[in-house]
Design a protein around this ligand. Structure first.
Ligand code: ADP
Ligand code: ASP
Ligand code: MG
Length: 434
């Protein structure tokens, strides 16, 4: 049984970062009373980063994970005390019992693989937050049902980037969710999945938008509404471009392009399931819930302004064959095999006669990969770079945003230009042999 009027609402970390924010979410939800609503909750504020710190500390034994965990629990209990007047409310024990799973892991030395442990620990952020929001809604006389999403979203066991097993997931969601919706809001977690062995997986950082799209797809929902700290999708990230303006209406195509290039307002995997079922996606402001936000749908607006996507902390890696032979299909397949094994995503690539260059996020996966690449190639790299993508560019816009910077690489198509940029005077940053 599926109901066409179901709406999926997703609240990210910023919307539930403290007690007043959670209260604000309750007020937003109140306006949907009586409607069949699935609510997807991510971890509060910066909890996921804090949990990542705990995993790193535990695994490398270089930092005190127990202390970090205590601080995180303390923050959650501070929020609980502000939300619930009675300290004997059952949510206090429930939150404590959920965190205990991390205590148990930390008591032992790490035997399991890093990515597996990561998912078991980091998932606690979503588990705890969804329990708090659910309990607080009930406390405010809005009836909820809480669902463990790991029983519904089935993934393979690619820890930290679980691949959704769609057929099983769809069957489970269709069977479980509709009966829980009458008279209640259904509260569940974003970002998480579960394997057939009941292990927890995560869907990749910022993956809660994607979770909302998975539920929407399975339930043939009417729409997905993701509540953000911005008025909607803007033509640039306002953290870097304060002059950014809201775009009222975007096509799925435009949204998937900008998400792919790194516009972090929407997780890139969110669009496909929605496009496939023609489900509307609204991006709305939890700060100004009465405002309309942006609509992503089949409709293409006639005019779009230039849209800028800036990725910082980029590394440009160039690989040269050692014997002056051409970069050919065999080298490329070897290179891509390495990238895929290290789970490094390529943001931009360029081929020349005897060299191949890629621009990637400079994270912890890069150095081990470069070490392996250096066995077969002469590898050079430039770091501390920016990758600026401009959709619907004009020459004026390119000049405006690249002024004072050195363009190390430029790629243009009809709609999109991508520039790898270096700040003019940064000497620490010239090409180094690796
Ligand atoms: P969530 O709370 O759901 O995790 P995010 O922080 O991931 O939300 O996404 C919202 C942020 O995305 C904004 O605060 C903004 O800085 C950033 N952002 C990047 N690109 C854009 C864009 N084109 N339009 C709006 N916001 C953007
Ligand atoms: N809490 C997870 C993260 O910070 C998932 C999400 O917020 O979408 O990556
Ligand atoms: Mg986020």
């Amino acid at each position: 049984m599926t109901t066409p009027t179901i709406k999926i609402l997703k609240f990210g970390g910023a919307s539930i970062k403290d007690a007043p924010s959670i209260h604000n979410v309750v007020e937003i939800l109140r306006t949907y009373k009586g409607e069949p609503i699935v609510v997807i909750i991510s971890a509060m504020g910066n909890t996921t980063n804090a949990l990542e710190g705990i995993v790193k500390g535990y695994y490398s034994r270089s930092r005190d994970s127990v202390e970090l965990l205590l601080a995180l629990k303390h923050e959650h209990f501070k929020v609980l005390k502000e939300l619930f007047r009675e300290v004997d409310h059952p949510i206090f024990d429930e939150v404590n019992n959920t965190f205990v799973e991390i205590d148990w892991i930390l008591e032992d030395s790490p035997h399991e693989k890093y990515d597996y442990l990561y998912d078991q620990i980091v998932s606690v952020g979503e588990m705890v937050a969804s329990k708090i929001v659910s309990a607080y809604l009930n406390y405010k006389n809005i009836s909820t049902r809480w669902l463990d999403v790991r029983d519904c979203i089935r993934t393979d066991s690619t820890y930290r980037e679980g691949k959704v097993l769609w057929a099983e997931t769809e069957t489970k969601i269709i069977k479980t969710v509709p009966p829980l919706l009458s008279g209640h809001f259904l509260i569940t977690q974003g970002f998480l999945g579960g394997t057939s062995e009941n292990a927890t997986t995560t869907l990749g950082r910022e993956g809660s938008d994607y979770s909302a799209a998975i539920f929407a797809y399975a339930l043939n929902a009417e729409s997905v509404i993701i509540w953000k700290d911005v008025p909607g999708v803007l033509n640039a990230d306002p953290r870097y471009f304060p002059e950014a303006k809201k775009i009222d209406c975007l096509s799925y195509r435009e949204a998937i392009e900008i998400a792919y290039y790194g516009a972090s307002v929407i997780h890139p995997k969110t669009i496909k399931p929605l496009q496939n079922k023609k489900i509307s996606l609204y991006v709305r402001s939890f700060i100004n819930p009465a405002a309309e936000g942006s609509l992503i749908s089949e409709l293409s607006p006639e005019f779009l302004p230039p849209i800028l996507v800036l990725k910082q902390n980029q590394i440009l890696i160039s690989m040269e064959v050692k014997d002056f032979s051409f970069i050919a299909e065999e080298n490329l397949s070897q290179i891509f095999y390495l990238f895929s094994r290290h789970r490094v995503k390529v943001n931009l690539m360029q081929n020349a006669a005897i060299s191949f260059s890629v621009c990637c996020d400079h994270d912890e996966k890069i150095e081990p990969m470069i070490r392996e690449l250096s066995e077969g190639f002469v590898v050079k790299s430039n770091h501390k770079l920016e990758l600026l993508t401009i959709r619907h560019y004009t020459e004026d816009v390119i000049n405006k945003y690249s002024v004072g910077k050195e363009i190390l690489l430029e790629q243009k198509s009809r709609q999109t230009v991508q520039l790898v940029l270096r700040h003019g005077t940064d000497e620490s940053n010239s090409a180094s042999n690796t």
